[in-house]
Ligand binder design. Structure first.
Ligand code: HGY
Ligand code: MN
Ligand code: MN
Length: 413
């Protein structure tokens, strides 16, 4: 039996209320640094303060709520996730982890229970990386993994990160102050929806995450020759969009048929000038590869560069490959997996081990603290979509395990 029971209806109410902030036809639009994201952040801060947390925003824009422990000199145990979404995203990705962390604190407050360790609830900013094509920005800032090219990144309109950070209370000129040293956090626990089909298909309420995938993100720019769609003979065309289309199919084949890495995706494509009666002179595609084996990602990059070189020769176009980000895969230690499993059993829930095909803030924080992740089922395995859904019961189960996990760690660390 768990020591305390979380308040399931309170948790699901906050999830519902957060889910109204940035909701739009087609899905959630709480893209990092947007007014919708700021509304979600303000709501989160209000909840944290109502839970009695001392809140602050670090120079990277991360929201940190702290609750003193009875032995406050100990390193804090942190719970968290993110509230930014992909465009047209879902209501649970990230949001569940932040709302559940606050529910855990509210439950401890209701029970008058003070943990030995200080507690921190952290809502990391810009986990998804939509706007600047750089993800885990808040958590990588905290763990010292941010690079100069993150700070120099421009969005699709040529705007820089600095003003966006200022809009959310950060400060790019002092972003180094967000870095936490190893030892400052005793552990970081993240509850998250699985975002894949396995727990839902097996009917298992809790996932014990065994590792978090690596990811390699690229943009490929193709330069051909703009010309008249009606007068230019087919044999003389240098159509950048046709070359891009060939690359889209080749990238998909790399995982689907050649099995070079676990998954490969082209998520964005642009044609310039994007007019039906103009042969596109320029085109670009945004793509990513994922695998827990970093060698597989290196092999994928090698194959990408081979096929782009070949396309340039075959089609008489110029092709440039820009590597945006290599994120290392992160194993979860057997000890931390066992603690999640024990918490699940204490709560009376079946569990199963599984890797995460999605990336998470935990994989950045793993550079400075021991981490563990708890998954709950995603209905039909859908995520990054308006149809993303996890049942109120599964959300509550996850929060219950998160609370038990925290209490076990507080006793033993
Ligand atoms: O893309 C991901 O894996 C995560 O949802 N940011
Ligand atoms: Mn997420
Ligand atoms: Mn996501």
């Amino acid at each position: 039996m768990p020591r305390y029971s979380i308040n399931a209806s309170r948790l699901n109410q906050t999830l519902e209320e957060l889910g109204h902030l940035g909701d739009s036809p087609g899905g959630m639009d709480r893209v990092a640094y947007s007014p919708e994201d700021i509304a979600g952040r303000d709501y989160t801060i209000k909840l944290m303060q109502q839970a009695g947390l001392d809140t602050r925003i670090d120079t990277a824009g991360n929201i940190i709520g702290r609750r003193a422990g009875s032995e406050d000199q100990r390193p804090a145990i942190a719970l968290g996730s993110h509230t930014d979404t992909v465009p047209k995203g879902g209501k649970y990705d990230g949001a569940l982890g932040v709302m559940a962390a606050i529910e855990v604190v509210l439950t401890l407050k209701d029970q008058g229970h003070q943990t030995r360790h200080p507690l921190e609830v952290i809502s990391f900013t810009n986990e998804e990386g939509t706007r600047f094509h750089r993800w885990l920005v808040g958590s990588r800032s905290m763990s010292g993994l941010l690079e100069q090219d993150d700070l120099d990144a421009k969005d699709d309109n040529g705007h820089g990160l600095g003003p966006c950070l200022a809009d959310i209370g950060g400060d790019i000129s002092r972003i180094g102050e967000a870095v936490r040293s190893p030892g400052e956090l005793a552990a970081y626990f993240e509850l998250h929806i699985e975002q894949g089909p396995y727990l839902y298909q097996s009917g298992t309420p809790i996932g014990v995450v065994t590792g978090i995938t690596g990811r390699a993100v690229f943009e490929v720019e193709i330069e051909g020759k703009a010309n008249h769609a009606g007068t230019t003979p087919m044999s003389t065309r240098r159509d950048a969009l046709v070359s891009a289309a060939k690359l889209v199919l080749a990238v998909q084949k790399m995982a689907a048929e050649q099995e070079i890495c676990r998954v490969s995706t082209v998520g964005s494509i642009k044609a310039i000038p994007n007019a039906v009666n103009v042969i596109p002179g320029s085109a670009s595609i945004g793509l990513e590869f994922r695998d827990t084996d970093m060698q597989a990602l290196a092999a994928a990059e090698h194959e990408l560069r081979r096929i782009t070189d070949q396309t340039a020769v075959d089609d008489g176009v110029d092709v440039a490959v820009h590597r945006h980000r290599f994120t290392s895969s992160v194993p979860i230690t057997p000890e931390m997996q066992a603690l999640v499993a024990e918490a699940s059993v204490n709560c009376g829930f079946d569990w199963e081990p599984l890797p995460s095909g999605a990336g998470h803030d935990a994989q950045a924080i793993a550079a400075i603290a021991p981490v563990a992740m708890v998954f709950v089922p995603s209905v039909d395995g859908i995520s990054h979509s308006q149809e993303e859904y996890s049942t109120p019961e599964d959300c509550a189960n996850g929060a219950q395990v998160l609370l038990e996990l925290l209490l076990l760690a507080d006793d033993r660390f």
